[in-house]
Design a protein around this ligand. Sequence first.
Ligand SMILES: [Cu+2]
Length: 113
Amino acid sequence: MRAALAVLLAALPSAAGLPPARLQVTALEFEYRLSRTRIVAGPAFVELVNLGEDEHDLRMRRVGGTRTYLIAGTLPGDRGELRARLLAGRFRLWCSLADHAARGMRAELQVVP
Ligand SMILES: [Cu+2]
């Protein structure tokens, strides 16, 4: 009996139509959990999911950069999102509310060319 051949529907997207890199950040007291710590430079979709009991936000800035990307305060059980075009580099992520960053709500993301 012959095994059926798998049909590969590998419709490769063109370079211009590449889907955004996706990053999910889960906020808890007091830490961020990142779905990945490395994404490819270019269009990015970042989602903040608050699974904690306090309000949290997300700020993100490339080391050496001046622009701070922001997902505004998100309530427990809620989510927020950000779309941006990211340059390659090392990004610092932190929660700007109260003393959350000092208590551990900080993370790093590598954006690779
Ligand atoms: Cu916070």
